[in-house]
Design a protein around this ligand. Structure first.
Ligand SMILES: [Mn+2]
Length: 283
């Protein structure tokens, strides 16, 4: 079900990495965030190679769904064209798989294990609006499928034994982190469902995010749990700052053995989605 075969998931330490949280169709905010970090984007949406020297971009997953149809199309086009363009000479755009990409993939490839119950079809309308867009646009669907095949379940940056960053879309228990089996992949792509556990605090539902956290600089950075701001507890950091809910799009910047953060506010180029926040590390 996960198209990616096992690939080398270690990131060369010579580069600086801009790791961007859940985009969900906020392509204007993505471009703004990249510009803010020194990337030059031309009028056709191509990132200029001269501006990417010794820098790389990593998207942390969930770039589709929730946004407007037009912005989702633009997001897929932007990622597709830049992936081909930037990676021609040196790999400098990396993609991590989110649960939304995985679910959209299962719908559009008619995964036989995905039973299309009435409930599932309502879910599709409500949470996976990219499915219809792709079903009505074969060229875009092909691009999405390629993007999907390029995605990693996890990536890791190891500067030395005291400083490393492991990147996944969702938080997960340590025993699954950076492992190469299908069950661990699933855990890194999606954590326990909030919609199935309404009213339960994230700190209880996903207790491992703090009970397994350690006071060191071997970080685990993830998105998936939309939060009003970057949430950090010891070496666990969530950078999904709810762009599509009207807050901001954030990134972590890894350079040498340093870690910093940057954000852009939602630009109002599409309607906001709505949600009730369930705070992580709320203690
Ligand atoms: Mn997610």
């Amino acid at each position: 079900m996960i198209a990616s075969t096992i690939k080398n998931a270690s990131l060369p330490c010579e580069d600086e990495y801009i790791v961007v949280g859940d985009v969900h169709g906020c392509v204007d905010e993505l471009k703004q965030l990249l510009r803010q970090n020194g990337f030059v984007i031309d009028k056709n949406g191509l990132i200029q190679l001269s501006s990417i020297e010794s820098k790389s971009i990593i998207l942390l997953g969930d770039f589709v769904d929730k946004g407007s149809s037009q912005k989702i199309v633009e997001t897929i086009e932007f990622i597709y064209q830049n992936y081909i363009h930037l990676n021609k000479i040196k790999k400098s755009l990396y993609l991590i798989m989110g649960n939304h990409e995985m679910m959209v993939y299962r719908f559009i490839t008619k995964d036989s294990n995905l039973e299309l119950t009435p409930k599932r079809l309502i879910q599709k309308e409500k949470y996976y609006n990219t499915v219809d867009i792709l079903d009505n646009n074969i060229k875009l669907k092909e691009k999405f499928l390629e993007i999907y095949s390029w995605s990693y379940p996890w990536l890791q940056y190891r500067y030395n034994k005291d400083f490393s960053v492991t990147l996944t879309h969702a938080p997960c228990e340590k025993k699954y982190l950076a492992k190469e089996d299908i069950n661990s992949y699933k855990k890194m792509i999606k954590s326990a469902s909030r919609s199935k556990n309404v009213g339960i605090k994230l700190d209880i539902l996903l207790a491992y995010t703090h009970t397994e956290a350690e006071d060191n600089r071997n970080y685990h950075i993830f998105g998936h749990l939309s939060q009003p701001n970057i949430r950090k507890y010891k070496n666990r950091i969530c950078i999904d700052t709810s762009a599509i809910y009207g807050d901001s799009l954030s990134c972590a910047i890894i350079k040498g053995n340093s870690l910093s953060f940057d954000s852009v506010k939602f630009l109002g180029k599409q309607e906001v989605a709505s949600q009730i926040y369930n705070l992580l590390f709320d203690f």
